[in-house]
Design a protein around this ligand. Structure first.
Ligand SMILES: [Zn+2]
Length: 129
């Protein structure tokens, strides 16, 4: 858990699958008009921080359009009030908007992300105690 402590100290978000690696649902998947995305969710683990955000990295795993996987990163507000694009790479703002809307058509994913945010904060408290 040293990597987690170091991330907390630096204020860097930590990937859920890194902290809970044994879960079957460690990553999210999304099929979107012939494309397949893998979504990695990261969270700020500072127990005192109330940011209520998840950093979501969307990696296009199919089709592979280059040797390197195409991806974009957003900072997603867990109160449902939108997102900020952190890294766009080859994706347009409209594409990102369409993909994100497809990923969160209702509040199912939002609820799940909020649960995972809480789990990460709890884990941080446990590590720091
Ligand atoms: Zn935070």
């Amino acid at each position: 858990m040293n990597a987690v402590l170091s991330s907390i100290a630096k204020g860097i978000t930590v990937c859920y699958s890194e902290v809970f690696p044994d879960q079957s649902d460690d990553f999210f998947h999304l099929a979107y008009i012939g494309k397949l995305f893998l979504i990695a969710d990261s969270y700020c683990m500072n127990p005192d921080c109330k940011c209520q955000e998840a950093v979501l990295k969307f990696v296009q795993v199919y089709p592979r359009e280059g040797k390197k996987a195409d991806s974009f990163i957003i900072r997603y507000k867990l109160n449902g009030r939108g997102y900020t694009i952190l890294e766009r790479n080859g994706f347009t703002k409209r594409e990102i908007q369409a993909i994100v809307m497809h990923f969160t058509p209702d509040d199912t994913i939002l609820k799940l992300l909020n649960e995972r945010y809480e789990e990460m904060k709890e884990k941080a408290k446990e590590i720091l105690s």
